[in-house]
Write a protein that binds this ligand. Structure first.
Ligand code: V47
Ligand code: SF4
Length: 392
């Protein structure tokens, strides 16, 4: 049954209350819901109802297309000057024997290990090391670009950037221009956590504020650097904090149009200072994806980060507004593994990712970082790649 029919059936249902009918009508005619309506969806929206609305929007925007890319991560260090309570990954400089610090050569070795492999993006993020400065990272980016000019470099959360620019005594604009000139192509969405100041002060008091995070992304967008945006949910925040977070995103996006993708990140409670906080259920994950899709009418893509939620929930999420599954990753990130995420060795070959998408009757599309379509995998013959050992 098509998405139009599902919405029609929903609207024909006499037991729909006026407020839920009004929201469904707005979704049907493509208009924006209010913060109060977003909150109502979180508080009282039933999973089936949310799924119909979110899927309607997803299919209006993207049909069955489900995007992924072929990427790998570099995590330069897990030494961090900050002490976010939810973070299982970072170590303070004084405990550095417990952590890692990669030098330029070691990071270039990682890049070179992908020579000849069809990856299109490197995602570089890590802890905020007091001694890894802007010059060091500009040099890393220059070397990566010199070695592989077509590799898209998505690098550094606003939290890392804020610290780097402050230490270098540069304005946000000047710092971003230096990185852009070195070859940085876009900025990932990490570090946003939850913008509400009260909650932010409890879970990550010492790093850049919500306004500072948003200002870095706003400036990046104005300089032609696209970015993503995350939301860490399912800890001590409540639904109105999530709506407030997304409302700030929506407002900035109206102005800049620079965000490509919204990425809800489920709080995982393994081995961190918030291990006493229970994790939310899979149902809550699906409800959250759906409300995000419905609320963020001006954000093109909603991503489920499969290493975090696992393959089955990632598949389910594709019926609740999600249209992107990030990338093959190749076991190159530790940030979730260390917090007890589903996937302890996150690694999917392209074929496995394609099969995962096809199993739930969606249409797998390889994209580049900014969503240009690279390959349609619906009827793809993998035998040539396998024969050439290009498997990633
Ligand atoms: O900001 C840390 C999160 C983020 C935990 O832009 C945790 O394409 C849950 O932002 N439980 C960094 N989450 C990763 C990130 C990201 C990932 C994938 C794609 C993109 C993109 C961005 O990881 C941090 C923080 O919110 N995080 N610890 C935890 N215990
Ligand atoms: Fe550092 Fe990022 Fe961990 Fe916070 S979440 S402690 S900024 S590595």
């Amino acid at each position: 049954m098509g998405t139009e029919n599902s919405l029609k059936l929903l609207l024909n249902n006499d037991s729909l209350t006026p407020d839920f009918r009004a929201i469904a009508e707005k979704v049907g005619n493509g208009s924006r819901i209010s913060e109060a309506e977003g909150l109502l969806l979180y508080e009282k929206g039933e999973l089936g109802y949310l799924g119909i609305l979110a899927n309607h929007i997803r299919e209006k925007k993207h049909g069955d297309y489900t995007y992924f890319n072929r990427n790998f991560h570099i995590e330069p260090t897990n030494i961090c000057v900050y002490t976010c309570n939810f973070c299982a990954y970072s170590r303070l400089l004084k405990d550095k024997e417990d952590g890692w610090e990669l030098n330029l050569e070691q990071m270039m070795d990682i890049v070179r290990s992908y020579d000849g492999k069809p990856v299109t993006e490197v995602h570089i993020v890590g802890g905020v090391h007091p001694k890894m400065n802007l010059e060091f990272f500009c040099e890393l980016i220059r070397q990566v670009k010199a070695h592989r000019p077509l590799l898209h470099i998505k690098a550094f959360t606003a939290v890392e950037l804020f610290y780097m620019f402050k230490k270098a005594n540069l304005t946000t604009e000047a710092g971003l221009m230096k990185l852009k000139t070195a070859g940085m192509d876009s900025i990932p969405g990490g570090g946003a956590e939850i913008f509400d100041e009260e909650i932010r002060n409890i879970i990550c008091a010492d790093k850049c504020s919500a306004d500072e995070w948003l200002f870095i992304h706003q400036t990046a967008h104005n300089l032609g650097i696209p970015s993503n945006i995350t939301m860490l949910y399912g800890h001590i925040e409540n639904f109105s904090h999530r709506i407030n977070h997304m409302s700030r995103v929506r407002t900035l996006q109206d102005d800049t149009k620079g965000f490509n993708t919204f990425i809800p990140l489920k709080f995982r409670n393994g081995d961190n200072d918030m291990s006493n906080v229970p994790e939310v259920s899979t149902i809550e994950d699906l409800r959250n994806y759906a409300v995000s899709r419905i609320f963020l009418d001006n954000i093109p893509h909603i991503k489920a980060y499969w290493p975090m939620i696992g393959r089955s929930t990632a598949q389910l999420s594709l019926a609740f507004g999600v249209n992107d599954l990030d990338g093959t990753i190749n076991d190159t990130t530790k940030i979730y593994t260390m917090a007890g995420a589903e996937e302890q060795t996150p690694n999917l070959s392209t074929k496995e990712l394609v099969d995962l998408i096809k199993q739930v009757r969606r249409h797998p599309i390889e994209r580049d970082t900014v969503y240009n379509i690279l390959t349609d995998y619906q009827d793809y013959d993998f035998s040539k790649e396998e024969a050439a050992e290009l498997k990633v």
